[in-house]
Design a binder for this molecule. Structure first.
Ligand SMILES: C=CC1=C(C)c2cc3[nH]c(cc4nc(cc5[nH]c(cc1n2)c(C)c5CCC(=O)O)C(CCC(=O)O)=C4C)c(C)c3C=C
Ligand SMILES: [Fe+2]
Ligand SMILES: [Fe+2]
Length: 344
């Protein structure tokens, strides 16, 4: 068998034109694992309400962060792919869950190179129904329909992998080396609380309270909230952070349902109102900088902090194509590619 890798990230609109943003948001938000309500209700909500108002506002936000080469998320994912490509002989394709290049094109590119054993690599440290699961489900559907002879293996969420924690920790330490800060906020993309309950395989563990995510359970294999707390705990341990000098919050909520709390914008505001002057922020749910880090955190977040009296606001970049990260991922891929199959 011939092996290859399909790395998958979220995706971006093709341009900052509101029409392209609308097409992208339509594909994204009509995904039943993102807006997880019955089809008729999703259609009403997305096509009847959100797509009539949000594309213009989102397009303006994208215009603030767009690069000459295109969407930062896609450009940075491509740089990561190129870096890995230089470090391994295994064919690597890159795809986006929404927009282009899509997962079917990625699988086709590997198929055209003679690959019949694919390592599916969702570029998300923590599992979520709206990210990891939707990639794996779509890839499986495409395999059944178009690539029946392909074999899939999946990279599991790496939220607690020592290589990931070390790389994240080193990136934070390097960025904050000469920065005087009072608090480090770990801001993760939010999800509706309902998603956490839906992904609970025990159907009773996740209470979304002060203790469930710290109490051992098989539910944690699919608990985004637990995995965010673990990434934070392990990174803080690696960096030797003192208690009360760091905390967790969740950003980017959409709609009126309760999402994971505390919310990042309100946390930043509260810190400023309490008299904090110097805040540092890291966003470990994203491996590539994107709209949510470059605009929502680095621009809006800083503005909120300054409005309430904050002075210094330092954002740690995502791992992007950081040399140490490229080497870690190349090694993971090589280890998978060169392992000897277990004889039956
Ligand atoms: C950990 C990663 C992500 C999770 C979990 C996630 C859940 C989630 N997102 C939305 C709605 C939107 N997200 C948007 C942008 C966006 N989301 C992620 C990652 C996760 N989303 C990224 C990397 C990005 C940036 C994409 C880019 O092009 O840079 C947007 C679009 C922008 C906007 O209009 O604000 C929406 C909408 C939901 C509803 C959800 C879980 C249910
Ligand atoms: Fe999102
Ligand atoms: Fe939990």
């Amino acid at each position: 068998m011939s092996k290859g890798v399909l790395m998958v990230n979220l995706g971006s609109p093709d341009s900052t034109d509101p029409k392209d943003v609308k097409r992208y948001l339509g594909e994204f938000l009509m995904d039943e694992r993102v807006i997880d309500v019955p089809y008729w209700a999703r259609t009403l909500l997305v096509k009847g309400i959100i797509l009539n108002t949000r594309p213009k506002k989102s397009a303006e936000a994208y215009q603030k962060i767009w690069w000459e080469e295109g969407s930062p998320l896609i450009v940075l994912s491509e740089r990561l792919q190129e870096g890995i490509d230089d470090n391994t002989s295994v064919p690597i394709a890159l795809a986006m869950r929404y927009g282009t290049p899509n997962i079917k094109q990625g699988l086709q590119a590997l198929h055209d190179q003679g690959v019949d054993e694919v390592l599916l690599f969702p570029l998300y440290p923590q599992f979520a129904m709206a990210t990891t699961e939707t990639i794996l489900v779509l890839a499986e559907e495409l395999r059944n329909e178009h690539f029946p002879d392909m074999k899939f293996t999946t990279v599991p969420p790496f939220y607690n992998h020592p290589d990931y924690i070390r790389t994240l920790g080193n990136s934070i330490a390097e960025t904050l080396k000469d920065v005087d800060y009072e608090h480090l906020l770990f801001s993760y993309h939010g999800v509706p609380e309902r998603h956490i309950r839906k992904s609970d395989v025990t159907k009773s563990h996740c209470k979304i309270d002060g203790s469930c995510c710290q109490t051992p359970s098989t539910a944690h294999q699919f608990c985004y909230r637990h995995q965010c707390f673990e990434t934070t705990r392990l990174t803080a341990e690696y960096l030797g952070l003192k208690p009360n000098t760091y905390s967790v919050s969740f950003q980017s909520r959409l709609g009126f349902d309760p999402w994971l709390k505390p919310y990042t914008d309100r946390t930043i505001e509260r810190f400023g109102k309490q008299g904090m002057k110097k805040l540092a922020i890291v966003t470990p749910a994203f491996v590539s900088d994107c709209l949510e880090t470059l605009e929502e955190i680095a621009m809006e977040g800083e503005e909120i902090f300054h409005e309430v009296g904050g002075k210094e606001f330092k954002v740690v970049p995502c791992l992007n194509d950081r040399d140490e990260w490229v080497k870690v991922l190349s090694r993971w891929i090589d280890e998978w590619a060169h392992q000897t199959p277990v004889e039956a």
